[in-house]
Design a protein around this ligand. Structure first.
Ligand SMILES: [Zn+2]
Ligand SMILES: [Zn+2]
Ligand SMILES: [Zn+2]
Length: 117
């Protein structure tokens, strides 16, 4: 998006400040889209604290959680889910956003709205 307009090549000279302004415009546009929002996000996320409030132990069933209870070992039979019994005795649980309480101190907002006076 920063390439020169082909028509401007008809002009014999482009002064250094015209090029500088064009460059600065490109740079500030690029920074404008990326830099401040990323900076803001990092500031806010750094100030936020996630506290685990969930009392359930995190557990995702693995193959070790199942035991083969099927007695059918014929070749025509293929073990399905029903041939296995869950033996871990735990409920599957993966901590989600609801398991965390996010504490973001008001100090963050105040420091962002810093005023000289
Ligand atoms: Zn399990
Ligand atoms: Zn089976
Ligand atoms: Zn949880």
């Amino acid at each position: 998006m920063c390439h020169n307009n082909p028509k401007s090549t008809n002009l014999k000279q482009t002064t250094w400040w015209q090029r500088t302004i064009a460059l600065l415009t490109c740079v500030s546009l690029g920074l404008g889209f990326v830099f401040p929002s990323e900076m803001l996000t990092s500031i806010i996320s750094a100030a936020e604290e996630e506290i685990l409030v969930c009392e359930i132990e995190e557990h995702i069933h693995s193959p070790d959680c199942y035991e083969l209870i099927c007695m059918d070992d014929s070749e025509e039979h293929e073990h399905s889910d029903e041939c296995y019994e869950l033996v871990c005795g735990m409920e599957e649980h993966e901590h989600s956003d609801e398991c965390y309480e996010i504490i973001s101190p008001d100090v963050t907002l105040n420091s962002l709205q810093f005023q000289p006076n």
